[in-house]
Design a protein around this ligand. Sequence first.
Ligand SMILES: C[S@@+](CC[C@H](N)C(=O)[O-])C[C@H]1O[C@@H](n2cnc3c(N)ncnc32)[C@H](O)[C@@H]1O
Length: 222
Amino acid sequence: MEKFYPEKLDEKTIEYFNKHITDGNNIKEIITKKINELGIKNISITEIDSNLISLITLINKPKKVLEIGCFLGYSAITIAKNMPEDGRIYAIEKNDQYTQIALDIIKEIGFSNKITVINEDAIDYLPKLSKISPFDMCFIDADKENYPTYFKWSIKNIKSGGVIIAHNVFLKGKLFYDGDDKEQNKKSRGMREFLYNFFTEEKIMHRSIIPTPDGLAIAILK
Ligand SMILES: C[S@@+](CC[C@H](N)C(=O)[O-])C[C@H]1O[C@@H](n2cnc3c(N)ncnc32)[C@H](O)[C@@H]1O
């Protein structure tokens, strides 16, 4: 049987592709500089994820996108940059400091007309966004224990032909964790429940798992 994940590659091959597969912009540099200044952990998507999300955005041409988990704005900017001119992405972020930095960066690079950052807890705010649905695409990249709720919302509020993308589905190797760490258990259970729904949902026309560093789940709706 064909293997899902490629055989281990030699360093030269990895270096070669790393050099050529970029996100096609300099946003990562701006955000990395900010992260270093603040001395916080970098929890943005990788450049490989950014490259793939750009590709999907360019193919699907979404005009209304929801992002759950904005952090400093790297993925929201990646998506916005590849959306049509009249497109808008709503990016939810519950952390006040991250929201302010994201807003500053978005303003600095001139993307305020395409990105609305919402400083709220997604769980509380999603019902309000249902009022302006349907959306064309949703990118899920926030608290893992709530992925099942975010997926359920997306299935109801993304239109036919639309896309759902979820990040970190490999959970850094802890998808099947069953140790004593309660927080990790919540995350692992949440991600497994999300994946069960993702693999069995009838409204999905096509689903893929892309082996980026921590895995992207991608679904196109019927
Ligand atoms: C992995 S980071 C997102 C990275 C971002 N997508 C990027 O690539 O630039 C996850 C973010 O989700 C936010 N978050 C976690 N739970 C949330 C919730 N319930 N509602 C809104 N934001 C949440 C965290 O504060 C964090 O900034």
